[in-house]
Ligand binder design. Structure first.
Ligand code: IPM
Ligand code: MG
Length: 359
C-alpha cells in the first residue's frame, strides 16, 4: 500500500528556495521508487514572510506545520532584514517555530566522508574517521531565558540582559535523548558545560550524572566548553555523542561542521515529544551567493533523508538517498564550497541533476 506523508516546505530566504527545489526533486524520485506519496505544502518563514505579511512567523505557517507529518526547512535571514527590531528579525521566526513546536532536541551529525577529506582545512590524519553527533538543547537556555532586554538602571545607565536558565525537567528530557542516542552509537556521551563558572552549568552536570545511573551501558564524561572547542579541532576523533545547552551547541556544531570540510554538507533534525519534526541544514541562507546557482544542496538533501529516517521510519529510502550523494561525490562532482584540485566544479542545479540520476 502506498504510504502518504504531508510535508510542509519552508524554503525561506537566500539560497533556501534553490536548495529546497533540489530536495523536492529527490523526494519525488525516491517516492516513485519506494511507493511513497508526498503531499507538499509551502509556507512562509523568515525574511520572505516579513516582506509578504509583516511578520517572520505568520500564524498560518505554524498551523500548517502542526498539521503536517514533518517540516522541511531550508534557511532564513539576509542583510536586508538585519537592522529590523528583534521581534521582526528572520531569526525570531525560526526560534518561534522551534519553541512553537516544542522541538527541544536538535540532532546535528558531523560525519566526514572519505571523498571530502581533502576539502577539510584540517590535516587528513586529524579528521579521517570523524563521526560525531551533537545533541543540542533547542528551546531553553539563554536563547529563551527571562529576563531579557535592554533596560535602564536606577543611575540612568543602559544595561543589556539575557538569562541562562534550565529547569530540571528541561535538562532531563534532553539528557535522555542524548543517552538514548549514545546507546545507538558507540555508547560514549560527553556533556559540555561551563560548570567551573556558571551555577546553571553545575546543575546541568549534576543532572547528567544523576541520569547516567539509568544508562549504565553509556560512558559519561564532561568537558568545559572552552576545552571542548579546543579538543574539537585538536583531536575530534575522541568524540562520539555530545550533549550540550542551546548556546554552546550552536557554537560547537559550527565547529564540528567545519571538520567535515564544509558546513554545506550538514543536515539536522529538530525533534520534540509530539509535534512533527523539523529538518534543516545546519548552514544559513548565504545571501552572498543566492540566486547564482552556486549553492551546495547536499545538506538539504541529507536533511530530507533524515526526515525519512526519523519521522517516517523509512530508513531504506533514507539510506538510498545518502548512497546517491556518495555516488555523486565519487563521480567527482563538487560545488564551490567542497571543491578541490582535480574535481569537477558544478552548480546547484547540476549536482541536483546528478543526484536524481544516481537515484
Ligand atoms: C543555527 C542558527 C540559528 C541558531 C540562528 C539562525 C537563529 O545559527 O540553527 O545554528 O542560533 O540557532
Ligand atoms: Mg548556528
Amino acid at each position: 500500500m502506498t504510504q502518504q506523508y504531508r510535508i510542509t516546505l519552508l524554503p525561506g530566504d537566500g539560497i533556501g528556495p534553490e536548495i529546497m527545489a533540489i530536495a523536492v526533486r529527490v523526494l519525488e524520485t525516491i517516492g516513485e521508487k519506494f511507493d511513497l506519496k508526498f503531499e507538499f505544502q509551502e509556507a512562509l518563514i523568515g525574511g520572505s514572510a516579513i516582506d509578504a505579511t509583516g511578520e517572520p512567523l505568520p500564524a498560518a505557517t505554524l498551523e500548517t506545520c502542526k498539521q503536517s507529518d514533518a517540516v522541511l526547512l531550508a534557511a532564513i535571514g539576509g542583510y536586508k532584514w538585519d537592522s529590523l527590531p528583534r521581534h521582526l528579525r528572520p531569526e525570531t521566526g525560526l526560534l518561534g517555530l522551534r519553541s512553537g513546536l516544542q522541538l527541544f532536541a536538535n540532532l546535528r551529525p558531523a560525519t566526514i566522508l572519505p571523498q571530502l577529506i581533502d576539502a577539510s582545512t584540517l590535516k587528513r590524519e586529524v579528521v579521517e574517521g570523524v563521526d560525531i553527533m551533537v545533541v543540542r538543547e533547542l528551546t531553553g537556555g539563554i536563547y529563551f531565558g527571562q529576563p531579557r532586554g535592554v533596560f535602564t538602571t536606577e543611575t540612568g545607565e543602559k544595561r543589556g540582559v539575557n538569562t541562562m536558565a534550565y529547569t530540571e525537567s528541561e535538562i532531563d528530557r534532553i539528557g535522555r535523548v542524548a543517552f538514548e542516542t549514545a546507546q545507538k552509537r558507540s555508547k560514549r556521551l560527553c556533556s559540555v558545560d561551563k560548570a567551573n563558572v556558571l551555577e546553571v552549568s553545575q546543575f546541568w552536570r549534576d543532572r547528567m550524572i544523576a541520569l547516567s545511573a539509568e544508562y549504565p551501558d553509556v560512558e559519561l564524561s564532561h568537558l568545559y566548553v572552552d576545552n571542548a572547542a579546543m579538543q574539537m579541532v585538536r583531536a575530534p576523533k575522541q568524540f562520539d555523542t555530545i550533549v550540550t545547552s542551546n548556546l554552546f551547541g550552536d557554537i560547537l556544531s559550527d565547529a564540528a561542521a567545519m571538520l567535515t570540510g564544509s558546513i554545506g554538507m550538514l543536515p539536522s533534525a529538530s525533534l520534540g515529544a509530539s509535534n512533527p519534526g523539523v529538518y534543516e541544514p545546519v548552514h544559513g541562507s548565504a545571501p552572498d551567493i543566492a540566486g547564482q546557482d552556486k549553492a551546495n544542496p547536499l545538506a538539504q538533501v541529507l536533511s530530507a533523508a533524515m526526515m525519512l529516517r526519523y519521522s517516517f521510519n523509512q530508513s531504506e529510502a533514507a539510506t538510498y538517498i545518502e548512497q546517491a550523494v556518495l555516488k555523486v561525490l565519487d563521480q567527482g562532482y563538487r560545488t564551490g564550497d567542497i571543491f578541490s584540485e582535480g574535481k569537477t566544479l558544478v552548480g546547484c542545479q547540476a549536482i541536483g541533476d546528478a543526484i536524481v540520476a544516481a537515484l
